[in-house]
Design a protein around this ligand. Structure first.
Ligand code: UDP
Length: 355
């Protein structure tokens, strides 16, 4: 008996397609194993998750939900990998004492009452679509305590929490700090890290680069090539240096050389894992104060600026050299360790797991 963690169906683990939830899942597996738990990971074929027992499932990946309209119908690809994954859960559920769903998709919530095994759902984004909101609200009533989120503000983005305020358990995030090297010194360049996709607002980092004549190192999965090309055309004088999607070792090494991380999201981020990765390297975070972006301390380990205000963003960049990089690292150590993350998840598991 052990735990089964069911990954997102948007793509194989390790490719970056899944965004921050990939990192959370990977970190969680590592920490649970360290504590002696038996953990299997159910994930799309092609997933790379060193040191974990991965059950690879073939099938079609799911498209992203981020840019769909609010009332979009529920859609599944022809040979849905998610449908196959949850069919696997149905057939093997008696071999586990708990399954944790990491997919931000309607299907696993719908299937929960049909299963005998306890199911917990880690919800990795804020409110995006009516169909999923409705299903989450029903799950919260029928299976209290089984919904988890990164942050309280993410939870509040779901309108039903006004009537059902206890619907979500806040689990936060955490990283393996030993993988992130503290760098006391930095070059003049700024960093921007994330999926290259409209909701991430890379264009505002391009505007800062053009206005301040500063290099911005861009790292992350190229999710929307047309969006990237548009930014090149709209900001011809911006110095965006795109180096691709890096593994954690390379990501932290490049990130650590930068003076600050710019976070310019156009949506309410569920968490923004890249902020804590930057802090761990000693890199201050300049972020729009949109949604839960409270993961740096204003004027101490970064700046929280008015969303979409480029003047404020540029002013914050000018003030960064006054911040102390050792305080950034210390904040990451205090608030975002893997041990703390493991405690919060294990406490949550204990509320439902069968023994
Ligand atoms: N990331 C990475 N390599 C890169 C750029 C990003 O591994 O070159 C990872 C990063 O570590 C983080 C994730 O991509 O875990 C982005 O997660 P975040 O929560 O910031 O945003 P999301 O993509 O989930 O919206």
């Amino acid at each position: 008996m052990g735990l089964l963690l069911a990954s997102t169906p948007v793509g194989p683990m390790g490719t970056g397609i899944g965004g921050g939830v990939e990192l959370t899942l990977r970190n969680l597996v590592q920490e649970l194993q360290r504590r002696g738990e038996t953990v299997d990971v159910l994930a799309p074929a092609g997933s790379m998750l060193p040191a974990a027992n991965v059950i690879a499932v073939p099938g079609d990946a799911h498209p992203f939900a981020q840019n769909d309209p609010w009332d979009a119908p529920i859609q599944l690809p022809t040979d849905s990998v998610l449908a196959r994954m949850w069919d696997w859960v149905r057939r093997h559920q008696h071999g586990y004492d708990l399954v944790v769903n990491f997919a931000y998709d309607w299907l696993p919530f719908y299937l929960t009452p049909f299963l005998q095994i306890p199911v917990l759902h880690f919800v990795s984004m804020g409110s995006l679509q009516a169909s999923l909101d409705r299903m989450l609200a029903q799950t919260a009533v029928r299976f209290p305590g089984t919904l988890g989120v990164y942050t309280r503000i993410q939870a509040q983005s779901f309108a039903f929490t006004q009537h059902q305020p206890q619907s979500f358990r806040v689990l936060g995030s955490g990283i393996d700090l030993s993988l992130y090297e503290y760098r006391a010194d930095a070059g003049p360049q700024l960093a921007w890290v994330g999926r290259i996709a409209p909701e991430k607002g890379l264009e505002d980092a391009a505007a800062v680069s053009a206005r301040l004549d500063r290099e911005v190192w861009v790292m992350g999965k190229m999710q929307d090539e047309a969006y990237w090309q548009r930014i090149q055309q709209d900001f011809p004088t911006a110095q965006l240096i795109y180096t691709g999607f890096h593994d954690t070792t390379n990501l932290q090494s490049r990130l650590g050389q930068c003076q600050a991380l710019l976070m310019t999201p156009k949506w309410v981020e569920a968490f923004g894992n890249v902020a804590i990765e930057a802090l761990a390297c000693g890199v201050p975070v300049i972020s729009y104060a949109r949604g839960p972006h409270r993961n740096c301390r204003h004027q101490e380990t970064g700046f929280l600026v008015e969303p979409d205000n480029l003047d404020s963003l540029c002013q914050a960049v000018a003030q960064v050299p006054a911040l102390r990089r050792d305080r950034c690292r210390r904040q990451a150590e205090r608030e975002y360790s893997l041990e703390a993350l493991g405690d919060r998840f294990q406490d949550w598991f204990a509320t439902v797991r069968r023994t």
